[in-house]
Ligand binder design. Structure first.
Ligand code: HEM
Length: 501
């Protein structure tokens, strides 16, 4: 009898053989420090099982409880260090910021960001500096963000009107928020919404689930046959092809409008990038791939982070009715019966801002921030970190470490009452936007999008759980991809608040 062995099984055996030949323990000897040996010298395969079946932020947090705030993991082929304390995060992102200012390679960024031509995954250097500067100047600076106020107000008002019209029936708040933020981000970047928005959002969902950095292709970058079996490359190429078409269409629509002379006063990021494409004064001349990579970075980085923040805030407020009452009472007291809340009103709100701060402590959209890579050998916390080591900062763990936060798992905005924590990455207990050279450049835009949208949801409506559900029924299960979001969409019932009371 002839036995057929599937090709994929042969590749799998080959991969296993390869792994065992590379099986080794790693040591970071450091003669100058009298430190205990780290319990991090576990065999290679041992680490992967720690991550299997668990959310990486939680799994790495549990490992930190056992092994301490600096852990060396050999994740597949990737030499990785996980940091879980503010002091060590400061050593990485402040003391040695330049050394850790680059990003490790990620298959999703190679394929989707036109070979690292974006900002978020671009290697540290002059190209990254140039592109980041353009985006900050033209889209993300405080002044630019302020100039987009009317767009935010229009889009968030559309949502309020839609809900007022529909009346008190269950709505998929997660989906509604994500669509609204996406329209805002598109409009500020390219002057209008996108015809392909629904496809774009669907593709972004897929990208998010493939961008965690823990995919087999990212853990075993040299084992290309394994990538074939896992299918990640093929899936990413398919997504890239569809995304590329959408981005091409955005650019060609603009060029047609320009050519037909319909409008000439475009003043958005897309227009600036297209103008710069014809400018030979740039150190790194731009082609269409550079433009598409940067635009898709803005769309992707700008949408999910903000919408997830609003979603988690609503979730926590539903779970904590006293906090919901308190924040709504503040809004309604400050507004004193006004028909609409505007951005200028938000400046008067204190507790509301603490609520957002608390959400970004407990539910950071990027719980592991974005990974860094060590560019040269470096001493962190008394241990030698060799060049090319991937560094993960587990902000999720830092943000709920009882050493720094009382009753850390509870949602208590009051904890920020007298605190000096800001969003600028100056206190390493609180770094929802990261810190140092690679700190989030979209901080102003992200916060502005969150604030007006959330303020309107809270001012104009009282919220109920659908179908007589109880607080205990709220499902806070997390799902981990590029962002940490609720696994299941949040459905709530909005009941219009009569603001003439
Ligand atoms: C609540 C909203 C947001 C949060 C919590 C957030 C969080 C973060 C974090 C933690 C990082 C990694 C920082 C580091 O490595 O130290 C990051 C990077 C980045 N974010 Fe945001 N972000 C938000 C909104 C936005 C928006 C609206 C945009 C743009 C439209 C944006 C664009 C970026 C980019 C381009 C990077 C990469 C920066 C670099 O590598 O130089 N983000 N963000």
């Amino acid at each position: 009898m002839e036995v057929q062995i599937p090709f994929s099984f042969l590749v799998f055996l080959l991969a296993l053989f390869y792994l065992f030949t590379k099986l080794r323990t790693s040591f970071f000897p450091h003669p100058n420090h009298n430190l205990p040996p780290q319990p991090w010298k576990l065999p290679l395969l041992g680490h992967l099982h720690h991550l299997a079946g668990s959310l990486p932020n939680r799994a790495l947090g549990n490992l930190a409880d056992k092994l301490g705030p600096i852990i060396h993991l050999q994740l597949g082929e990737i030499n990785t260090v996980v940091i879980s304390s503010p002091d060590l995060a400061k050593e990485i992102m402040k003391t040695n910021d330049a050394t850790f200012a680059t990003r490790p390679k990620l298959l999703a960024a190679e394929i989707l960001a036109y070979n690292y031509k974006d900002i978020a995954f671009s290697p540290y250097g002059d190209y990254w500096r140039q592109m980041r500067k353009i985006c900050v100047l033209e889209l993300l600076s405080a002044k630019k963000v302020e100039s987009f106020e009317s767009i935010r107000e229009q889009e968030s008002w559309n949502v309020v009107e839609h809900m007022l019209k529909k009346g008190p029936q269950p709505i998929n708040l997660s989906e509604m928020i994500s669509t609204m933020i996406n329209v805002i981000v598109f409009t500020v970047s390219i002057g209008s919404g996108c015809k392909d928005q629904a496809t774009f959002l669907e593709l972004t969902e897929e990208i998010i689930s493939l961008s965690s950095g823990f995919d087999v292709a990212d853990l075993f970058p040299s084992l290309t046959p394994l990538h074939l079996v896992a299918g990640t490359r093929k899936t990413l190429l398919k997504i890239h092809h569809k995304m590329d078409k959408i981005l091409d269409r955005i650019i060609s629509d603009r060029q047609e409008c320009r050519a037909s002379g319909q409008t000439t006063d475009y003043n958005d990021l897309l227009e600036v990038l297209l103008r710069l494409k014809d400018d030979d004064g740039l150190r790194f001349p731009l082609n269409y791939d550079n433009i598409k990579a940067v635009l898709s970075d803005m769309f992707a980085a700008g949408t999910d982070t903000s919408s997830v923040t609003i979603e988690w805030t609503m979730f926590e407020l539903m779970k904590n009715p006293k906090t919901m009452n308190k924040v709504q009472a503040e809004l309604r007291h400050v507004l004193q019966g006004k028909k609409k809340i505007y951005e200028s009103d938000i400046k008067e709100l204190t507790y509301f801002k603490l609520v957002i701060k608390e959400t970004l402590r407990l539910h950071s959209p990027l719980p592991l921030l974005l990974p860094r890579e060590c560019q040269k050998n470096c001493d962190i916390g008394g241990y030698d970190i060799p060049a090319n080591t991937k560094v993960i900062i587990n902000y999720w763990k830092i943000g709920r470490d009882p050493k720094y936060w009382d009753d850390p798992e509870s949602f208590i905005p009051e904890r920020f009452n007298q605190s000096l924590f800001d969003f600028k990455g100056t206190s390493f207990e609180y770094i929802p936007f990261g810190a140092g050279r690679r700190i989030c450049p979209g901080l102003n835009l992200g916060l502005a999008n969150v604030e007006i949208s959330l303020a309107r949801l809270l001012y104009h409506f009282n919220w109920e759980l659908p179908n007589g559900a109880k607080i205990e029924d709220l499902d806070g299960t997390e799902s981990f991809g590029a962002t940490l979001k609720l696994k299941n969409n949040l459905f709530l019932v909005p009941r219009a608040y009569n603001n003439t009371n």
